[in-house]
Design a protein around this ligand. Structure first.
Ligand code: NAP
Length: 292
């Protein structure tokens, strides 16, 4: 198994994976960001590697090159790296960490002989957390040799590699974004509503977290339909209308999201989505009349 990795783009994900690999005994090669201060800080956080503030062909000295830049920078980084490294690409494995993009974004490197692919842990990485990767799903995609290397890296990190086809990646990643980024926005919107009605932030947080944890527990143990509570699950459509009307006093996105999400609940949770959606549309229309 490869034990040498260089990291291009060492932000939240690059640092976390770099640190975990170093702790497993991997040798960390060049660590590239866009500034000297950031690359030195990344090397300190990882606990190894050589900092660079600009791309260097030394990156290609490692067996595996991990590109963990934002998605939008990947094609450009691949082109620059291919130009710098030329024949040194041959025999190398280059993996990017984007959830939505496939290996075609690295075609410049594939053209000069690298095996290209992607490795995406379905986990959220922030600046101040080092999530446990045990049991985390890593989507693996790309050239067969790149997939083998990505699978070995995922298993070494305690994760479970799962092959995902190139064309499925945007939908696969949208699923993760719904429950991470979007659920976070929902949680914060709910906290802001409670704060508006007089709760302190600390009180709002302890109010919402047990509710969310129990909902997740019910989802895991009993399945989505049994876990569904709230007015739409009971057919309390007048309450849905009241909620929607009350949210008109808040920024537009609050009420729009409520209406969209209650429709989504009907679509994915109701026994008879068409009938439930019909009732909901009536309730949402009534809420407009009530607030006029
Ligand atoms: N964060 C997550 O939870 C998570 C989870 C799974 C997968 N991913 C994937 O991991 C990748 C990185 O995400 P992130 O959240 O870690 O991003 P991030 O925290 O914004 O870090 C991006 C890093 O890339 C560097 N960078 C940007 N443009 C560059 C360029 N042209 N050349 C070299 N380095 C460049 C930045 O340098 P500076 O530090 O100098 O700005 C920074 O170190 C994305 O593809 C994302 O989809 C992220």
């Amino acid at each position: 198994m490869s034990r040498t990795v260089s990291i291009v783009g060492a932000g939240r994900l690059g640092r976390a994976l770099g640190r975990a690999l170093r702790q497993l005994g991997w040798h960390i090669g060049p660590v590239v960001t866009r500034s000297g201060a950031h690359s030195r800080a990344a090397v300190r956080a990882i606990g190894g590697g050589k900092p660079f503030a600009t791309l260097t062909s030394e990156v290609m000295d490692a067996d595996v090159i991990l590109l963990a830049t934002p998605d939008d920078a990947l094609a450009d980084v691949a082109r620059q790296l291919a130009k710098l490294a030329g024949r040194r690409c041959r025999g190398k494995v280059v993996l990017h960490a984007s959830g939505a993009l496939d290996d075609s974004v690295l075609r410049a490197l594939a053209r000069c002989g690298a095996a290209t692919g992607s490795i995406h842990p379905m986990q959220t990485f922030t600046n101040n957390s080092q999530p446990n990767l045990k049991g985390v799903i890593f989507a693996i995609e790309g050239h067969s040799r790149a997939r083998r290397a990505a699978g070995a890296m995922a298993r070494a990190l305690g994760g479970i590699p799962v092959p995902v086809t190139s064309s499925s990646k945007p939908a696969y990643h949208a699923a993760g974004t719904l429950v991470a980024g979007h659920a976070l926005a929902l949680t914060e919107a709910a906290a802001q509503l409670l704060i508006k009605v007089g709760f302190t932030r600390a009180h709002a947080v302890v109010t919402l977290l047990p509710l969310m944890r129990q909902m997740l527990d019910n989802f895991e143990k009993h399945g989505p339909r049994a876990a569904w509570t709230g007015p739409a699950s009971r057919g309390d459509y007048a309450t849905v209308a009241k909620h929607r009307a009350a949210l008109r006093r808040y920024p537009r996105e609050f009420g729009d999201s409520y209406a969209t999400l209650v429709r989504l609940s009907a679509r994915v949770l109701a026994k008879n989505p068409r009938a439930t959606l019909k009732q909901l549309e009536r309730a949402l229309k009534n809420s407009r009349r009530k607030s006029q």
